[in-house]
Design a protein around this ligand. Structure first.
Ligand SMILES: *Cc1c(COP(=O)(O)O)cnc(C)c1O
Length: 455
């Protein structure tokens, strides 16, 4: 078959080795079908055709670009923060060339990769020092392991959270070699609870930000300054896992309030730990910022070498952090902030101007309405804090018993597009929230494709 014209063509396009392997696999499949009586014979053309389909499929990258119309801006399953185009350009050039990753160009000597952004972090947060690791989970793990191994860490019972993707505070503690000392109750924790728990075995007190839940009603907690004072008096570090750390006062931008990294440090926290691909809007990474002596101890841990970031991450983080030096242009330059601050009027205009295309592709089987909806910041910001938005509500025009399966089918068609569209199904309707729509041309093309391939 390799000597046939079609076979030669395949080898030219996909490489001889891959073609041979796929031909063997395809032939074996047909052979099985003949033996089982499912088919009686097969031609070389058919085998080659099947082979080509398989090769085409396996040559596609598994990681696909999608259009996020879920309404969740920092969608963990869709890769969280999107990098600004300016950052991408900077990264592309540096990634294709040698860079001063661990080279001090002024001295002509070996340097520290953290140095490239520690200055920026200090400038932006007033921290004394900082270090960068693979993600915030790694930041928490490394901090615990470096400062509290074989010792006790005190945490309020209200803060023993699970973030998702199996990040749970008690499990991380155990793996880091620390003994978790729970104090207080689920709803109420007092200063005496902490005071009574501190012994000579205590390595630190840790506060974990309530990223994704809320406790309301009869509650009490110890404020950060009071807890920091207590730790100072008893000479133990006070650490905060901030999760989605931000450098901005979000409420100034009309967004739900989120504690800032700077304010945590001002309140007396010795080390603050946060993600770089949540509200910060950068690449996946985690930062530990604060007390110089503690950072020094963390940097001496051999595990840090296992959790370090690559040059791709450092380049991108450097670019994004530099944008924060000029707050005035953040909502245009930084993609995450641009999407979060997009006005409902603007989203509404986008929805209206593309409505005809959507209706044209989906009617008459489906009904397309333009409606107000509520999105989310995502990635550990409170799911209760909704972002007002706008978009399409798509419902089936079939009889009631078939509506749900029609919507499921439509959702599948959206996922099968060249650039899949990801929406959200709620109560037998498919919702497309246009807050995160960036490329309208691409969006339009998708609906033309949908129309031509059929639902
Ligand atoms: C998100 C989050 C983490 C994990 O951060 P990653 O960067 O996803 O590893 C840890 N703690 C809190 C409180 C979080 O919100």
């Amino acid at each position: 078959m390799l000597s046939l014209e079609d076979g030669k063509g395949l080898a030219f396009n996909y490489g001889r080795k891959s073609v041979v392997k796929t031909l063997r696999r395809t032939t074996a499949e047909f052979r099985k079908k003949i033996v089982s009586g499912e088919i009686r014979s097969v031609t070389a053309e058919l085998i080659l055709k099947k082979c080509e389909e398989a090769l085409e499929e396996s040559s596609q990258p598994s990681l696909k670009k999608v259009i996020n119309l879920t309404g969740t801006v920092l969608h963990t399953n869709l890769g969280r923060a999107l990098l600004p185009s300016k950052t991408i350009e900077e990264v592309a050039d540096k990634y294709a060339n040698p860079v001063t990753l661990e080279y001090d160009i002024s001295k002509g000597k070996r340097g520290d990769r953290d140095d490239h952004i520690v200055g920026l972090i200090k400038e932006l947060t007033n921290a004394e020092d900082a270090t960068i690791v693979n993600n915030n989970a790694a930041a928490v793990f490394l901090t615990l392991n470096s400062l509290a191994q074989k010792r006790e860490v005190i945490v309020s019972r209200s803060e023993l959270v699970e973030i998702g993707g199996s990040f749970r505070i008690p499990d991380i503690m155990r793996k880091a070699g620390c003994r978790l000392v729970e104090v207080g109750t689920t709803n109420r924790t007092h200063l005496e609870d902490f005071e009574d728990a501190i012994t000579e075995k205590t390595a630190m007190v840790m506060r974990v930000h309530w990223s994704n839940f809320k406790i309301t009603g009869f509650t009490a907690s110890v404020d950060q300054e009071t807890l920091a004072d207590l730790c100072k008096k008893r000479k133990i570090p006070f650490i905060e896992d901030l999760g989605s750390g931000t450098l901005l006062e979000m409420e100034k931008f009309g967004l739900p309030r989120e504690p800032t990294i700077q304010s945590s440090l001002i309140k007396g926290t010795d080390l603050v730990l946060f993600s770089c691909d949540k509200l910060l809007g950068g690449p996946q990474a985690g930062i530990i910022a604060g007390n110089k002596e503690l950072i020094k101890r963390i940097k001496r841990n051999p595990l840090r070498r296992c959790l370090r970031v690559g040059k791709l991450t450092l380049c991108a983080l450097d670019s994004v952090l530099r944008m924060y030096l000029k707050e005035e242009t953040l909502t245009t330059e930084l993609t995450t902030m641009r999407l979060l601050t997009k006005s409902v009027d603007f989203i509404k205009a986008q929805t209206e101007s593309n409505c005809f295309l959507v209706q044209n592709a989906l009617e008459p089987e489906f009904r397309v309405e333009m409606v107000n909806m509520k999105g989310q910041v995502g990635s550990g910001s409170l799911p209760e804090d909704k972002l007002p938005s706008f978009g399409y509500k798509i419902s089936s025009n079939s009889k009631k018993s078939k509506r749900s399966s029609q919507i499921t089918k439509l959702e599948r068609s959206f996922r099968k597009l060249s650039i899949p569209i990801i929406g959200r199904i709620k109560e037998d309707s498919l919702f497309l929230d246009l807050r995160c729509l960036m490329d309208e041309e691409e969006f339009a093309k998708s609906f033309i494709e949908l129309k031509s391939t059929g639902l």
